[in-house]
Design a binder for this molecule. Structure first.
Ligand code: HEC
Ligand code: HEC
Length: 284
């Protein structure tokens, strides 16, 4: 365990280092998770639109300045990408010379769609993130090239689709065909990784509300993606965030769009069930 890595922002706060150091010696203690996904709820405070069933959105861990950027759409730089997504929505492409709009009509028809992803695609039996579904429509229905999962073009179209559900509760199913993928995601969430040998749960459940360096650890809820990050000075997806969370513990990041990240996202989005979609959120 590298002590410097865990240097905390404020000495008066409970030491995340001590808690995590304690967790990393010996086998991980069994942590009973409530079946409704309300893990972490013991730290809840009065309910706001950013808190549901004891789950707190990352919004509540952001500084007032960052919150203000999210609250006012004209101050939120991610709306440039929403505009880009709208242009993509109506652009005919590929062998079929079709646009998203040719089949789906107005982008507003996507309201309520994003809240249920990732989900198992009926056509393929695969676990699809919203990004996989968008690329499936492109390659299979438009005969157009897939959009790279690392590109601002992907974040733009995904942001446009997810933004239509802003204000609706996340509603991801972990049942039926999704079950095996969910169980794998659950395992990934609780698996220690990297040189620091730490799992998601150690930062986002055991230590939410504590500082790690300059970052106030949130509960790791995913109801704001894709979101604008001040650090990136651009918009990014869940997978982009994971690149950093994996790197934080010095683990090899997973490629964007991978099956592993889709399963992890299924679990994490399910954990956020009930929280309202904020896309595009703004975070540090
Ligand atoms: C070493 C600590 C650490 C670990 C381990 C870690 N993260 Fe994070 N994570 C952070 C920090 C720091 C942030 C940015 C501040 C915040 O929202 O907590 C963050 C942010 C997030 C967010 C964005 C929350 C928001 O509101 O925008 C999600 C989702 C997330 N992490 C999920 C995960 C998942 C899933 C794992 C396991 C693969 C994981 N994290 C592992 C430190 C960690
Ligand atoms: C040729 C017609 C066609 C085009 C073009 C097309 N789609 Fe689709 N799309 C479908 C059909 C059919 C389905 C499956 C039935 C459904 O769920 O509506 C679907 C499903 C979806 C879904 C999942 C809906 C759900 O309820 O889960 C999303 C999201 C989506 N498309 C986005 C897009 C985007 C973004 C584009 C443009 C890049 C696009 N589609 C282009 C026909 C099309």
């Amino acid at each position: 365990m590298n002590g410097r890595f865990w240097a905390l922002g404020a000495a008066t706060l409970v030491s995340a280092a001590a808690v995590i150091a304690a967790c990393t010696t010996g086998p991980m203690p069994a942590i009973p998770l409530p079946a409704d996904g309300s893990a972490g709820s013991f730290k809840s405070e009065p309910v706001t639109q950013f808190e549901r069933a004891g789950k707190k959105s990352g919004f509540l861990f952001a500084t007032p300045e960052t919150q203000d950027m999210q609250k006012d759409d004209s101050d939120n730089p991610a709306f440039l990408l929403v505009d880009q997504g709208e242009a993509m929505w109506v652009k005919a492409e590929g062998g079929e010379r079709k646009s998203c709009g040719s089949c789906h009509g107005a982008a507003a028809n996507m309201r309520g769609v994003g809240v249920a992803y990732p989900k198992v695609s009926k056509e393929t039996g695969k676990l699809f993130t919203l990004e996989h579904q968008i690329n499936y429509c492109r390659t299979e229905r438009m005969k157009a090239p897939a959009i790279p999962y690392t590109s601002q073009a992907m974040f733009a179209i995904e942001t446009l689709v997810m933004h239509q559900s802003r204000g609706l509760p996340m509603n991801v199913s972990n049942e039926g065909a999704a079950r095996p993928f969910f169980e794998e995601g659950d395992r990934l969430y609780h698996t220690r990784r990297g040189q620091l040998n730490v799992a998601c749960i150690h930062c986002h459940e055991n230590n939410s509300g504590n500082y790690i360096r300059a970052d106030l650890l949130s509960e790791g809820r995913s109801n704001g993606f894709p979101l604008y990050r001040l650090k990136w000075a651009s918009v990014g997806s869940f997978d982009r965030r994971m690149e950093e969370c994996y790197s934080q513990v010095r683990a090899e990041p997973e490629p964007y769009g991978s099956d592993e990240l889709a399963k992890l996202q299924l679990y994490v989005n399910w954990r956020a069930n009930g929280l309202l979609v904020e896309t595009p959120a703004v975070r540090r």
